[in-house]
Design a protein around this ligand. Structure first.
Ligand code: ZN
Length: 278
């Protein structure tokens, strides 16, 4: 099991997300009397940003798809099966609320034992990105606007047309406004990974490289062409326990790590033959 109690390593992944099309990351409701129906989420200073949770959602679901494919191909890692549950469906989660109750009883009040039991039954995605019962080892910071001075305006309001869900297309369509960030906006992406193995960071790199190729859209209305961009300047750094003190006191910069080596670590350890034999 990965330690949640000690420092093993920290990975810092940075990149810039350059939007090719307009972006719609909503804040649900406008507090301004003249605001649009669906405003873009902004900092108190009025600058649009992409919430870390939105980026995490996109990266996680891409990695879940990769894990399901690896499982279908019968791949495993060091005898551990690689798989992803459906975190949005209570019945299909790797550890359901019912199962958790059983494990709590088995642990008899020992927190560490309980975490171990949960870990053993959690899928590869929940082990990395967290679940109701496990802390996430990957945190996505809010991605702030990085090129304010290059943009003519920070947001644009567009007209949307909705269809009444109950009445379908038979009734007049519902008009609404929604706000977007114009194409060309760039956002600073920063991801911190704690106590992860090289192959796990390799999984993250696989998803981020798909973003570099412009294959993973962000935010809402992506089927209508919004939210498409490219990740550039992707960089990975690692801090090990031996550099921790110097890093914390600002005496050293963390070492840069080759993405190719991380992918190598992932692929070289993928084995045929699915599940571990006890
Ligand atoms: Zn899971």
């Amino acid at each position: 099991m990965k330690s949640f109690f000690y420092f093993e390593n920290r990975w810092i992944i940075t990149a810039t997300l350059r939007m090719k099309t307009a972006l719609s990351v909503g804040s649900r409701a406008s507090f301004m009397p003249t605001g649009s129906d669906l405003p873009v989420i902004k900092t108190p200073e009025g600058l649009p940003f992409i919430p870390g949770s939105s980026l995490k959602g996109v990266v996680r679901s891409h990695i879940e798809r990769i894990l399901r494919t690896l499982k279908d191909l019968g791949k495993s890692y060091n005898g551990e099966k690689l798989w992803a549950c459906d975190p949005l469906d209570e019945k299909n989660r790797c550890v359901t609320a019912e199962r958790k109750k059983v494990l709590i009883e088995q642990a008899e009040g020992d927190d560490q034992r309980f975490t171990e039991l949960i870990w053993d039954e959690s899928c590869t995605a929940c082990r990395l990105f967290g679940s109701q019962w496990l802390a996430s080892r990957v945190s996505f910071q809010d991605a702030m606007l990085a090129n304010r001075e290059e943009l003519l305006r920070l947001t644009e309001v567009r007209d949307g047309v909705g269809i009444d869900r109950d009445l379908g297309a038979a009734k007049p369509k519902i008009k609404y406004d929604f706000e977007t960030v114009p194409p060309g906006a760039a956002f600073a992406v920063r991801i911190i990974v704690e106590n992860a193995d090289e192959w796990e960071v390799g999984l993250l790199i696989l998803a981020l490289q798909a973003m570099s190729r412009g294959e993973l859209p962000i935010g809402g209305k992506t089927t209508r062409g919004l939210g498409w961009g490219e990740l550039v300047e992707l960089q990975v750094q690692r801090i090990g326990p031996d550099q921790l003190l110097n890093y914390l006191t600002g005496m050293v910069q963390p070492a840069k790590i080759s993405q190719q080596n991380l992918l190598q670590a992932l692929f070289s350890t993928l084995q045929e033959g699915g599940e571990r034999h006890a």
